[in-house]
Design a protein around this ligand. Structure first.
Ligand SMILES: O=P(O)(O)OC[C@H]1O[C@H](O[C@H]2O[C@H](CO)[C@@H](O)[C@H](O)[C@H]2O)[C@H](O)[C@@H](O)[C@@H]1O
Length: 386
């Protein structure tokens, strides 16, 4: 295998993801990595700030527990930028008012397609909660056959990539299609096309390889040096949480998920404390919050937004006025991608949510069944143009 790519290397920075700043976790509570710990020269050193204290009170003070509680549809709903308590009768009204800000991508379909006229659409899809419904057992989050058909059809007409927090192998196994590109571990493990220009690469994290079908691809793993550490931390987390009923630790290759969906709420503090204990010994790792899951990942400046940029570049679609990227996702980690599209005024983020949430997305869809409807509409629209 020879080394190819000219994508810029990730730079280690002070990571304050949207999710954290929104959740009240101050950046100084996140672990930092001393630059000296990195060997590849890819990273810019930043000074180590605060060491996270280990006391249980600090787990609470850092906002972890609040974040854990808010990681499932809460009784508190958001109207505009305000949190208020509402009764069940009001919830529909609140949802409708939220949809004024994030209109349905189905009812706005014509408008989106008017904007897409003359443009090439590139599609990016999250997996859990977007293509498959959220279920209690992460190993059984299967997508339906009809969704698979919809994704296959859409990938026949538009360059399409799945960008998931899961390991790339796992999400590929769940989706089971060869027509698309896959990015696992929140974009830290990408198999993308060999760039059309065939440009050579001086980035050691990008490797020219072949996929299972024998097609030439680029494998990009910006956190490859973290692999042994992630394995070690995975084992420690399995060990430290094994007495907590319902806890499940998932190895996602370049990140680790600690699930608490099936843990009694009275034990969430114990879960938080366990993860906190592990993280405080590993300043090169940080925490993000997902849907009833704590995710431990390397401190590198790489996320789903960067993965979208990388894939657009690999597809020869970056810096093109006539390209319209659309990203569909449901999770806090998808906000990084929504933000990239919104800030660059480049394309549309579509948030999948049945409850009001502040987001960097432009549009919304209620659930995976609406995602499927949207994908089918895209295919019908494209066919009508041919
Ligand atoms: O980026 P994604 O594809 O959305 O992956 C994010 C996490 O999804 C999975 O967990 C979530 O879905 C599970 C199955 O429905 C659910 O049980 C869990 O509570 C959710 O957090 C996956 O298991 C994680 O590893 C991913 O990081």
């Amino acid at each position: 295998m020879d080394l190819k790519s000219n994508h810029p290397a990730p730079v280690l920075t002070d990571p304050v993801p949207i999710s954290k700043s929104r959740l009240g976790i101050h950046s100084s509570l996140l672990p930092y990595s001393p630059g000296a710990a990195f060997s590849s020269g890819m990273y810019i050193a930043i000074p180590r700030k605060k060491v996270i204290p280990s006391k249980l009170d600090d787990v609470r003070a850092s906002g972890w527990l609040d974040a854990m509680k808010s990681s499932s549809p809460p009784r508190k709903k958001l109207t505009k930028d305000t949190s208020i308590d509402v009764g069940p009768d009001d919830s529909q009204l609140v949802y409708l008012s939220w949809m004024l800000k994030y209109p349905s991508a189905i009812s706005s379909f014509e408008r989106i397609m008017n904007y897409a006229k003359g443009k090439r659409i590139a599609l990016f899809l999250d997996y859990d909660g977007t293509l498959s419904p959220i279920v209690d057992d992460p190993d059984r989050a299967f997508m339906s056959d009809s969704m698979r058909t919809a994704v296959r059809n859409v990938a026949n007409y538009f360059p399409t990539a799945i960008i998931s927090g899961r390991s790339r192998d796992k999400v590929h196994e769940f989706v089971g299609l060869t027509e698309l590109y896959y990015a696992g571990s929140h974009g830290m493990d990408i198999v993308g096309p060999v760039r059309p220009s065939g440009n050579d690469d001086n980035n050691s994290n990008c490797i020219r390889s072949t996929d299972k079908q024998g097609k030439e691809v680029n494998l990009f793993q910006p956190a490859s040096e973290f692999l042994p550490l992630i394995d070690e931390v995975f084992s420690s987390l399995v060990e430290i949480t094994k007495g907590i009923e319902g806890a499940k630790v998932e190895n996602n290759k370049f990140c680790v998920s600690v699930h608490y969906r099936n843990v009694d709420e009275k034990n969430w503090t114990t879960i938080a404390k366990s993860v906190h204990e592990i993280l405080k010994g590993h300043p090169r790792l940080r925490l993000t919050h997902g849907r009833k899951v704590l995710e431990v990942r390397p401190v590198i400046d790489w996320d789903k937004g960067k993965a979208v940029e990388f894939l657009l570049d690999s597809l020869g679609l970056s810096e093109c006025e006539d390209v319209l990227p659309i990203y569909v996702g449901d999770d806090r980690t998808d906000e990084d991608a929504f933000k990239v599209l919104r800030e660059g005024n480049r394309g549309y983020g579509i948030l999948v949510s049945s409850v009001p949430k502040e987001s960097n997305a432009f549009y919304s869809l209620k659930d995976p069944s609406e995602v499927m409807e949207f994908l089918n509409s895209l295919v019908r629209w494209k066919k009508s143009k041919i």
